[in-house]
Ligand binder design. Sequence first.
Ligand code: ADE
Length: 430
Amino acid sequence: MDFEIKDIKLKKEGKKRIEWAKNRMPVLGLIRERFRKEKPLKGINIAGCLHITTETASLAITLKEGGAKLRLCASNPLSTQDDVSASLVSDYGIEVFAIRGEDKNTYYEHIKKTLEISPQITLDDGADLVSMIHTNYKLQITDYRLPWAGTEETTTGVIRLRALEREGKLLYPIIAVNDAYTKHLFDNRYGTGQSTLDGILRATNKLIAGTCFLVCGYGFCGRGIALRAKGLGANVIVAEPDPLKALEAVMDGYRVLPVKEAVKFADIIVTATGDINVIRREHFLLMKDRAILANSGHFNVEIDIKSLEKLALKKREVKPLVTEYILRTKEQKNKRTKPKRIYLLGEGRLVNLACAEGHPAEVMDMSFSNQALSCEYIVRNYQNLERKVYRVPQLIDEEVAKLKLESLGVKIEKLTPQQKKYLRSWEEGT
Ligand code: ADE
């Protein structure tokens, strides 16, 4: 076995935590049972660039039970749970190349290591693996027709892949797991919502009630974050450039403002946009003393950290994963007032994974069930797939929803034959 992890001695803790997550992922558990018997992935090599968490471990174990050989690397340098990597390697025979806090170079070297197994299937979270293949391994695709296909877990990755597709440069088919309803309606909203607040609380232990809380971006992640911040008693402001989403935020009861206005009031500022420099120099200058900044978008580009560093007189770690920047502003030079403090959480990386444990297992159950079933779908159908970004087949999405409801003990209404007929007809009106 080949692997590169922090410390194999962490395996005991990792195994216990993986068990905890597995027990909270009943749909994936059912798929694992079936995969164990049917081995739909027999002989298939899978390379996964995912956050190495207890939930990802549950997915990896499921794919291995299905007969696959697996190599994993991290999809973010700060999201790896080292005890999980240790247990995956030693208890489950899954090769992992990931160390929490690895530098950029090591991060990319680890991606290359996963590709050494010449995977038929790639699993991506953010499209770094696909991007690596498209820049350094083109021949493998054209000469050997490998990979057959891949999956993409997150909004940012799907956006990058659709850009590749639009430019006619996508070299192999991808299934956009993010776009399944049983993924983004739950994982992005309730998963990101809860775990972002969890990350902020673990890092700062700050009372949220009564704070002014700015959410930049009102996609499903932003909606979840705003909802949970409101639930904890914050006064929530939303900044959103899309008129439809901004209108939705208004009707959901939030104050909607441009970032430049909102930062003047905000105690806590969270970005979840997928875009670059959402919070930048002009905003740092307008912020309140002791403003807290966190990012929940996939890449650490949403807060312009370079500008923050340039403005800072001093920088120091005041708590684990909380960096204090002391800024001198123009007015302060003249009036000799105290410099302003700004606190950045988790180095501007995904706050829910850097400062907490990521989305809870209950939502990852649905996301990763879509992943597992999409892998099976690829093995059965890859010869009919073109170089496109595909949605998860509706049958898979519905199956995941059905099984999740069953696992929750929820029974749903059945239409009568008369009702079904009525819905298919056009004759009957007023
Ligand atoms: N993305 C967000 N939360 C996650 C988790 N718990 N595991 C894997 N990927 C994630």
